[in-house]
Design a protein around this ligand. Structure first.
Ligand code: A3D
Length: 315
């Protein structure tokens, strides 16, 4: 029996495939690429392609395609992308009717077969779907997170790097709040290797970059006809890696708030430390009054869609 870590990827679509490729290349563990029975062969084919790739690239990872939850049993990490992505013109909240029953069925699988896993949700509308996953599984808040902040921060960082004409490696930024068009790029925590971004980039340019960050997902949907998958997968792998390797990374993540920042019974993006025990700490950083007001607006949107989810009875 393998003593490698086990990573179950629920949803073998665009993000699922890229997640598998990244986890394999980083040799984070053996991988199960899970999808619904109608897509079982697709998942198996993708897994086989990626396993054959191990011979070219040179990585040790067993990759299995499956539609049987038993194959996910005992996973250390579960990453959920099950559901449909946006099409041009749709908002993330438009996906709730389709993705809520999917998340509920995935939650039942996780609860029965992977009760000890660190679970990362990617399916949209993110903050409401991760709320439901936690509610339906009953997992502790340390082990359920939503991926959005790492991706939204990455988008913000790219636009800042291009504007300032500096290496992307030197840009540090943080985007908090819900994964929607009123997410909160935190300028007071944004630096280019320690130098405040406001010193290097003019305010009007920063405002335009903030606006582009907020609609960064939609910009790609409009271009591709479906949502982004390379950067979303990398962002979730950074979170999985932080857990598997006990890196204690400070990453903006959607976590269950129980009074932090003044919010209760809500998932929303805030800075957290992820290590071997999952979410090891929620950091309450100082925000300007402006940033607090933006966070309140974002929280209101998240609360609205979360209330819809809470009021929707099981089918
Ligand atoms: P896609 O390529 O369609 O893959 C989704 C997969 O989920 C498909 O293969 C489906 O068959 C599968 N699926 C459906 N129901 C189930 C089920 N019950 N169990 C297991 N698998 C199932 O989509 P994608 O990979 O591009 O996107 C997946 C999700 O991520 C969508 O909801 C997107 O909106 C979301 N997304 C979130 C972000 C964030 O930053 C939070 C970014 C990009 C995409």
């Amino acid at each position: 029996m393998s003593t490698r870590k086990k990573i179950a990827l629920i949803g073998a679509g665009n993000i699922g495939g890229e997640l598998a490729a990244l986890c394999a290349r980083k040799e984070l563990g053996d991988i199960v690429l899970f999808d619904i029975p109608a897509k079982a062969d697709f998942a198996k084919g993708k897994a086989l392609d990626l396993e054959q790739n191990s011979s070219v690239i040179g990585y040790d990872a067993k990759i299995t395609g499956s539609s049987d939850w038993k194959d996910c049993a005992g996973a250390d990490v579960v990453i959920i992308t099950a559901g449909i992505p946006r099409k041009p013109g749709q908002s993330r909240d438009d996906l709730v009717a389709t993705n809520l029953p999917i998340i509920r069925s995935v939650a039942a699988g996780v609860k029965e077969h992977c009760p000890d896993a660190f679970v990362i949700v990617i399916s949209n509308p993110l903050d409401a779907m991760v709320y439901e996953l936690k509610r339906a599984t009953g997992l502790p808040r340390e082990r359920v997170v939503g991926m959005a902040g790492v991706l939204d921060s990455a988008r913000f960082q790219l636009f800042l790097a291009r504007e300032a004409n500096v290496s992307i490696k030197d840009v540090r930024a943080m985007v908090l709040g819900g994964h929607g068009d009123d997410m909160v790029p935190v300028l007071s925590a944004t630096t280019i290797n320690g130098v405040a971004a406001t010193e290097l980039i003019a305010r009007e340019k920063l405002d335009a970059i903030i606006a582009r960050t907020r609609t960064g997902g939609g910009e790609i949907v409009k271009l591709m006809g479906t949502s982004a998958y390379y950067a979303p997968a990398s962002a979730a792998v950074a979170m999985a890696e932080a857990f598997l390797l006990d890196q204690k990374r400070l990453l903006p993540s959607a976590v269950y708030l129980d009074g932090e920042y003044g919010y209760k019974d809500l998932f929303m993006g805030v800075p957290v430390i992820i290590g071997g025990r999952g979410v090891e700490k929620i950091l309450e950083i100082k925000l300007t009054d402006d940033e607090k007001a933006m966070l309140a607006k974002s929280a209101k949107s998240v609360q609205g869609i979360t209330d819809v989810v809470k009021a929707t009875p099981a089918a």
